[in-house]
Design a protein around this ligand. Structure first.
Ligand code: MF3
Ligand code: CO
Length: 249
């Protein structure tokens, strides 16, 4: 089932999105060499709760924390904990907020101190992948148009697209019906329609696309140890094109 939402329903998601955006903007100053990934998670949880919203990820499919804090070769879903964030790291922080029963979701990749040229280039191309995907998220296109443009941009830069995790419909549930792969063929997949709300969240590896899962059952990391970057926005498809619900500009 692919949900088509009314303007009123989307307004609720917009309100949740404002909290997600504001929290990411605050993280720009918080994330520094020397702090722990659990410090980042504590900040995210307290920020969400102080805005009278719910940190949706806690308890979702048994996930224990408000956020995922994935460093370097960790692709996604890493547990916050005692890892010290160091100069040169890249850190992906991903979280979902529920406000009045409606959800918004965004992951952002942060450069910690001075990062290598390789890491900076991977971050730049991954962000471009997200925004190129968003440009294709217009009424009348197909979901495959999004993945196709992301895959072509990643691979033409010598990178690879993680296959195991995708964008997704979102609304009253974190994962609501629609699946949005970050690879695929133009003209394939479900038709994109006004009123759809979904995420695009490419995970792009500097090396090979394969991932492994740690013994915690959650943390996904690159099989070859290469760096991985991710950016995610929640979007609403309007008659004027894609609206970035979790915009930070
Ligand atoms: N933000 C995640 C996503 O983009 C959703 C939560 S996964 C969790 O799919 F289980 F870690 F919470
Ligand atoms: Co998501």
């Amino acid at each position: 089932m692919i949900s088509i939402l009314s303007e009123n329903q989307i307004n609720n998601i917009r309100e949740a999105g404002k909290i997600v955006s504001a929290c990411h903007i605050a993280l720009r100053d918080l994330i520094k060499p020397g702090i722990l990934t659990s410090d980042v998670n504590d900040f995210v949880r307290e920020f969400i709760v102080s805005h009278k919203a719910v940190p949706t990820q806690i308890g979702y499919m048994g996930y224990p924390y408000a956020s995922c804090t994935s460093l370097n070769d960790e692709i996604c879903h890493a547990f916050p904990g005692n890892e010290i964030i160091a100069d040169g790291d890249i850190l992906k922080v991903d979280f979902v907020v529920t406000l009045n029963g409606w959800m918004a979701d965004s992951c952002w990749c942060y450069a910690v101190g001075d990062i290598s040229e390789e890491a900076a280039e991977l971050m730049k191309v991954t962000k471009e992948c997200l925004y190129r995907g968003i440009e294709k998220a217009v009424h009348g296109n197909r979901i495959g148009d999004i993945g196709n443009t992301i895959q072509r941009h990643a691979e033409s830069n010598g990178y690879s697209v993680v296959r195991e995790y995708t964008g997704h419909g979102i609304g009253r549930e974190i994962h609501d019906g629609l699946i949005v792969p970050h690879f695929g063929k133009e003209g394939k997949g479900p038709r994109i329609r006004e009123g759809m709300v979904f995420t695009i969240e490419p995970m792009i590896n500097a090396g090979a696309p394969e991932c492994t899962i740690d013994s915690d059952g959650w943390t996904a990391r690159t099989a070859d140890g290469s760096l991985s970057a991710q950016y995610e926005h929640t979007l609403a498809i309007t008659k004027n094109g894609p609206e970035i619900i979790t915009n930070q500009d």
